[in-house]
Design a protein around this ligand. Structure first.
Ligand code: KG4
Ligand code: ZN
Length: 343
């Protein structure tokens, strides 16, 4: 079964063609990072305009790269929640149009479920049940995944998401956007034990997350308690900057890894499936690998290109949603900006 997937929930326009949930025939991502960089974050109006300009040519190129005609596509899948409402609507409208003119099923997809599904694109397939960790720019969620399509929400972020913490700390350090990859790179030359930033676990049994205190701790460490305007203006040596990045990153990693392992133990599952932009982080990948190995857990991490937003994960998950069944002929489907059941 050939599914064309569309993803426009935030600042990436993405289209992919995937066969039977697994075989990625094409996977295109048009990043808008350069458009948002100077604002230090995603500007919804700019994101929407860029999606509008990009989506149709990207669909054409994705079909061409996959070596298939539109007439061979069996179903269209699209992220309809959660995300920026205008951005979601552009992808959804494009998907509805294709489904309507071709009279094929339209499969709505939850972005967070798709992030976890991405593990299945890079491996033989996740052995369920698994504890799922979605760590992205908008969400940090722990899930109990019973299959590709059946999840239970265990906990999520109470304030900033983990990726948001990376982005905000990078911004206050004057490093630019998007913060995660920049901090990841700078941290390589730093001492992760240099500064004891706080780890917020919210109690022994909690599967929720909080990262906003960590961001404030970085600000106070650099400027003292009277820091103004959430920006650090004093000059820093390369060494000091690297130490701050490495110590901050280690605090985030400690919490993410600690909670995943605790959830696997509590729910007695032996698989861990991860997804979302933060899972591209080198130190997090390294720590997940060592801790999961030590606890006898099977770890699934998507390839880096499938961690950040992409449409292969959308088309892949849609195959399993389709097999599960449902009414995929309904073109009245809406977009839900904060509609996910998973965070
Ligand atoms: O999943 P994603 O592409 O979009 C959302 O669904 O939000 O995640 C984007 C987030 C951004 O906050 C970005 O800073 C973070 O993922 N990110 C990283 C890395 N690469 C992307 N965070 C830490 N280390 C990285 N290497
Ligand atoms: Zn995402």
């Amino acid at each position: 079964m050939l599914i064309l997937g569309i993803e426009t929930s935030c600042d990436e326009t993405a289209v992919a063609v995937v066969r039977d949930g697994r075989v990625v025939l094409s996977d295109l991502v048009a990043s808008q990072e350069h458009l948002h960089e100077k604002y230090g974050g995603v500007v919804p109006e700019i994101a929407c305009r860029a999606h509008l300009e990009t989506i149709v040519p990207l669909i054409d190129t994705a079909l061409e790269k996959a070596g298939v005609e539109l007439g061979q596509i069996d179903a269209v899948a699209v992220t309809n929640q959660p995300g920026l409402i205008g951005a979601l609507l552009i992808g959804l409208t494009a998907a509805k149009t294709l489904a309507w003119i071709r009279d094929i099923p339209l499969i709505p997809i939850d972005h967070l479920a798709a992030h976890i599904y991405a593990c299945n694109l890079s491996s033989e397939g996740v052995d369920y049940p698994a504890v799922g960790l979605v760590a992205s720019g908008g969400h940090t969620s722990l899930l109990l995944c019973k299959s590709e399509t059946d999840f239970e929400f265990l906990g999520g972020t109470l304030d900033d998401a983990s990726g948001e913490a990376f982005d905000k700390v990078a911004k206050l350090l004057g490093l630019g956007y998007s913060g995660g990859p920049i901090i990841d790179r700078l941290a390589r030359d730093g001492d992760r034990n240099a500064i004891p930033f706080p780890r917020t676990f919210l109690g022994k049994d909690s599967f929720d997350f909080s990262f906003s205190g960590l961001k404030t701790a970085v600000l106070y460490h650099c400027c003292g308690q009277n820091a103004k305007n959430q920006v650090i203006t004093r000059r820093m040596s390369k060494r000091e900057l690297a130490d701050i990045c490495a110590s901050f990153q280690e605090a985030v990693v400690d919490v993410l890894v600690g909670k995943v392992v605790a959830a696997a133990e509590r729910f007695r599952v032996t698989s861990v499936a991860t997804g979302g932009g933060v899972i591209a982080n080198s130190r997090l990948r390294e720590r997940l690998e060592t801790e999961c190995r030590a606890k006898g857990l099977r770890l699934y991490m998507p390839e880096r290109r499938f961690c950040t937003d992409n449409a292969a994960m959308v088309a892949g998950l849609a195959y399993h949603e389709f097999l599960k069944g449902g009414d995929f002929r309904d073109l009245r489907i809406d977009a839900f900006p904060s509609g996910s059941a998973y965070g």
